[in-house]
Design a protein around this ligand. Structure first.
Ligand code: ZN
Length: 451
């Protein structure tokens, strides 16, 4: 009798055919490197995963090529899914997958029709999951905004806006665009920008820089003649330090397409540092911003060059600057104004003439660094001085290197010492308050105009 033993054949496991999709937005070398790492990682993951086999790797790359816009590989992948060659797709993130929320959802639904599910690595979303559609909707709408904030996407973002005719219509003075690249440095214009920043940071008034530019016949950023506003805007423009602020303006809604200045941050602003080549270094740019703020004419009084570093020795409050232009003491006009304890809840017992302070600071600097400065300027004050302590007759400077210098201020014959000067000034304010003296002076320290 023959016994037949049936030998069970091991069941052939149906292997999942897995594809990976990757999209990069720049042709930057570091990006390409990370792309290669990414692809290698995908390859490895698929190879090591039990029951998976590699179907294909799809990559859309490049800033200049049309593949980014047309997403040649992306469309090929969809075709391959349709043809039944793929069961599962893994991809880096929602933002890397499709262009916007609608695009993402449409594609996911289409692929589901062909029985293909997707996995988004970063967000850990598997479209086979019942909650995935809701998750995807949220993630993709985030991604739409986020994709513009991520530094590596910025060039692409700018370019996209550029193509859409938004924001970067005309190259900014100092830069030029080619078809492939934005913000390349235009040498001659960049030299002018650098000169403007340098002079401004070294304490020159904008109007004086402006007059010189006009006198020398330097080509203005736009139009036939330099305007004050152009200079102010130039100094404030973050692009000269290589940065980009995205969403300075936004589109009101999809019906009107009206561009609105994003003043009160209705839409998140993204400040991307080192997005492109810089014309001025960051240190100089930052100093220029600080000086701009100190010289803000809108508040009617320049606090250049000390800003908010001076404190009242009596009560510790930050001293306020007053121009004192219309104020005389013993018949003498006070140049450069003074610093007094007349801010909010100031004690009103200290008022120091700026020239006395400047002389002391310059003397201390000379003693320390062996160099005589013509005047006190923010650029060197900011670089060398940590803090300044004031007293009735002395100024103590704490240097950034840890040293300190104490210098006597010159109040010959006891006149103009801060306390005596404050007393005199308070009487003057009282006469205005009582109506004995007409107040035609705006921005007097310690005088609330609504009183
Ligand atoms: Zn005080």
């Amino acid at each position: 009798m023959r016994t037949v033993t049936r030998i069970e054949r091991p069941e052939v496991e149906s292997r999942k055919r897995v594809a990976a999709y990757c999209r990069v937005s720049t042709d930057h070398e570091a990006q390409m490197d990370s792309l290669e790492n990414q692809m290698a990682a995908f390859n490895m993951r698929i190879a090591m995963h039990p029951g998976w086999e590699l179907a294909n790797l799809y990559v859309d790359e490049g800033l200049s090529g049309t593949s980014m816009r047309q997403r040649v590989q992306f469309r090929q992948m969809i075709e391959d899914c349709k043809a039944g060659l793929i069961d599962y797709i893994i991809t880096k993130s929602v933002s890397r997958f499709a262009r916007n929320t609608v695009d993402t959802l449409t594609t996911v639904r289409e692929l589901k029709k062909y029985g293909v599910e997707l996995y988004f690595e970063k967000e850990k979303i598997d479209t086979a999951d019942s909650l995935s559609e809701m998750m995807l909707t949220i993630m993709a709408s985030f991604a739409q905004e986020e994709s513009r904030s991520i530094s590596e996407n910025v060039k692409w973002g700018i370019r996209k806006r550029f193509e859409a005719g938004e924001e970067v219509k005309v190259p900014l003075y100092g830069f030029y665009h080619t078809d492939d690249q934005l913000f390349l440095i235009q040498k001659d214009e960049a030299a002018v920008v650098r000169e403007v920043f340098e002079r401004f940071v070294h304490g020159e008034m904008p109007q004086s820089i402006l007059n010189d530019m006009i006198a020398r016949g330097v080509k203005p950023p736009a139009g036939n003649c330099w305007k004050r506003l152009q200079l102010d805007r130039m100094i404030k423009n973050e692009k000269y330090a290589g940065d980009v602020i995205l969403q300075k303006t936004y589109v009101e809604n999809h019906l009107t397409h009206r561009q609105i200045r994003n003043r009160d941050e209705k839409v998140t602003k993204y400040h991307v540092r080192d997005a492109h080549a810089a014309i001025v270094d960051r240190h100089m740019f930052d100093q220029a911003q600080k000086i701009m703020a100190m010289r803000n004419v809108a508040i009617g009084n320049s606090t250049y060059p000390y800003g908010d570093i001076l404190h009242c020795p009596h009560c510790g409050k930050v001293l306020t600057h007053g121009s004192l232009n219309n104020f005389y003491y013993d018949g003498e006009k006070i140049q450069n104004g003074g610093w007094g304890c007349y801010g909010a809840e100031g004690c009103g017992s200290y008022l120091l003439i700026q020239n006395r302070l400047d002389e002391a600071v310059i003397a201390a600097f000379e003693e320390k660094y062996g160099e005589r400065k013509e005047r006190v300027d923010y650029y060197w004050l900011d670089d060398t001085v940590e803090s300044i302590e004031l007293d009735e007759r002395t100024v103590t400077i704490r240097w950034k290197d840890g040293d300190a210098s104490t210098v006597e201020m010159d109040f010959s014959e006891g006149r103009y010492t801060p306390s005596a000067y404050a007393d005199f000034y308070n009487e003057f304010l009282d006469r205005i308050r009582s109506g004995e003296k007409k107040n035609k002076y705006k921005n007097l320290m310690g005088l609330n105009m609504e009183d």
